[in-house]
Design a binder for this molecule. Structure first.
Ligand code: FAD
Ligand code: SIN
Length: 527
């Protein structure tokens, strides 16, 4: 049994920022960060475009960033949260810069601000096209210099510990659920260890891997959301899966490489296979309409033509300048034989971001006591039905700060019970073969892509629900009789989050933001 004051699950921007803040505030406190892969593996590491912050209030304003966020969110954002996040942006950015993060500047010393879809102003700070890597490296180096933080990689959170686990069980379980830490699978020893904590933070990121085509790395399996759901935390807005319009079309390569929206901000144009521009047919902002609109437009073009991809045309752009801004993207397309002066980049939409997640209040507190959630796994009210580009790194920084403030207010009052049992794996055996897991995983990804994609329908959703039920039953049976492996836990979690996406899609009555459902009469015409 390991005892901590703060247990942070996940080492992306959300988990690392929160850990740094609580550890600096309480140098005597014991802080653990558990993370299931290498310490830097995360969605954060792959973020390209940057972070949306109003830094120049002569050419931009909080009000404009707020309005852009609200417009993208299609009426479902919480305006108070939007205001808080936008207005706190500059402070949180300054902190990140003080920790060592470097954002590109122009020759006059001012930040070089990029433009992305849905933004009425250039306000995206970036480090070339590898902003996430810069942020992840900066935060990790700070964490390594903070003696009271222990980073445990290859440590996989399996389940949260609540009063329902205690032995003997309390007579009255009716009071609000309280979290006392988590059971963690140590991949180095193959054992499940008990980590108790006064405060637990879920910062496990998104769910992109429930789809066949996604920009998310393999860690994005929704573990934290599934764990929270199992202890009955509130989960909301799961139907709002954001598809990024321009993932590189490179069949059989997963995850999909992202061609940043900033490339369209830089002048890249979308054309169909016959070379025709088409975005003007869908929105007057053309290539820089918000993502839901661009993704649906591409989907519609592909359905009409039967083609497998559309193209991003950069042939007219200044290649030298392009290289300066997007060296990583240029290197990738060159590697697969694309010469930007002559060739267009084949692109398709891919699952990219979860706008919903574990419901939290303005401090990042979930509906379970002592349990916080920050980052992509959380539903804060910022994104509503559709996240505005580059608002998620910002959200993670702002809510990590809010969560830290609330946590230090609460932590000293929290007492961990003594009677927490170890993980019980009695009656389980080593799995004989992994094919049952990998086959069900493939099936899950195909059914989510086919039936719960950019355009949904009642019929497809109900098909998805019945297929998911079979996968759920088979996987639960396997889970009960076999010893735990990361693959099995992930599959189980992915089925849970897929179920939540389908269930909450079925409950939604009208189309909003990234949620679009056809009805038989509308013939898929977008307005
Ligand atoms: P993550 O960074 O995903 O970190 C999650 C962590 O949890 C990982 O360390 C993971 O290993 C760990 N974990 C997961 N499950 C478990 C478990 N069971 N046990 C232990 N550890 C676990 N947003 C922007 O604002 N601007 C951008 O330019 C941008 N570009 C993007 C480009 C790409 C290709 C992608 C995929 C996303 C992009 N996003 C961007 C979105 C943004 O990167 C993410 O929303 C954000 O980084 C999420 O941070 P996080 O800390 O919540 O989660
Ligand atoms: C991108 O660079 O296009 C990704 C930005 C984001 O997801 O916010």
């Amino acid at each position: 049994m390991f005892g901590y004051d703060f247990l942070v699950i996940g080492s992306g921007v959300a988990g690392l920022t929160y850990a740094l803040k609580v550890a600096h505030h309480y140098p005597q406190a014991k802080v653990a960060i558990v993370t299931k892969a290498d310490e830097n593996e995360s969605n954060t590491k792959y973020a390209q475009g940057g972070i949306a912050v109003v830094v120049d209030r002569t050419s931009d304003s909080y009000e404009q960033h707020i309005q852009d966020t609200l417009k993208a969110g299609d009426g479902l954002c919480n305006p108070e949260i939007v205001k808080t996040v936008v207005t706190q942006g500059p402070k949180r950015l300054r902190e990140l810069v003080q920790w060592g993060a470097d954002f590109d500047r122009k020759s006059n010393g001012k930040y070089d601000l990029g433009l992305e879809g849905g933004h009425s102003k250039n306000r995206i700070l970036h480090h070339k096209d590898i902003t996430g890597l810069e942020i992840e490296k900066t935060l990790l180096s700070q964490v390594h210099n903070t003696p009271n933080i222990k980073v445990l990689s290859q440590h996989f959170a399996v389940d949260l510990i609540t009063q329902h686990h205690l032995e003997p069980r309390p007579n009255d379980l009716s009071e609000q659920t309280q979290c006392y830490g988590a059971y963690i699978f140590n991949a180095m020893t193959g054992k499940i260890e008990t980590f108790t904590a006064r405060i637990t933070l879920i910062a496990t990121g998104g769910v992109g891997q429930i789809y066949q085509n996604t920009t998310n790395p393999i860690i994005a399996t929704g573990d934290g959301i599934a764990m929270a759901y199992r202890v009955k935390a509130l989960i909301d807005n799961m139907e709002f899966i954001q598809f990024h319009p321009t993932a590189l079309y490179h069949p059989h390569i997963s995850p999909s490489f992202l061609i940043s929206e900033a490339v369209r901000g830089f002048g890249g144009l979308l054309r169909n296979k016959s070379g025709a521009l088409f975005m003007h047919l869908y929105d007057q902002r053309k290539e820089l309409a918000s993502r839901d609109i661009v993704s649906r437009a591409i989907d519609s073009e592909l359905k009409k033509s039967g083609d497998e991809c559309v193209f991003l045309d950069c042939r007219h752009l200044d290649l030298k300048d392009f290289k300066k801004h997007f060296p990583n993207i240029l290197q990738k397309v060159n590697e697969i034989g694309i010469d930007l002066k002559q060739d267009m980049i084949p692109v398709v939409p891919a699952a990219h971001y979860l706008c919903g997640g574990i419901t939290v209040d303005e401090s990042g507190q979930t509906s379970v006591e002592n349990l916080f959630a920050v980052g992509e796994c959380a539903c804060t009210g910022l994104h509503g039905a559709n996240r505005l580009a580059s608002n998620s790194l910002l959200e993670a920084l702002v809510f990590a700060h809010a969560g830290y403030l609330k946590s230090v207010e609460l932590v000293e009052k929290i007492i961990i019970p003594k009677n927490i049992p170890s993980w019980n794996e009695e009656g389980t055996v080593q799995p004989k073969e992994l094919i049952l897991i990998t086959h069900n995983l493939r099936e899950l990804q195909v059914l989510m892509s086919d039936y719960v994609g950019i355009i949904r329908s009642k019929e497809r959703l109900s098909r998805a629900a019945s297929r998911l039920k079979v996968l759920y039953e088979e996987t639960e049976a396997l889970y009960k009789r076999t010893k735990i492996s990361p693959q099995l836990i992930e599959l189980r979690n992915m089925i849970t989050v897929a179920y939540l996406v389908v269930q909450q899609s079925q409950a939604r009555k009208e189309n909003r933001g990234v949620f679009y459902q056809t009805n038989p009469s509308d013939g898929m015409v977008y307005n």
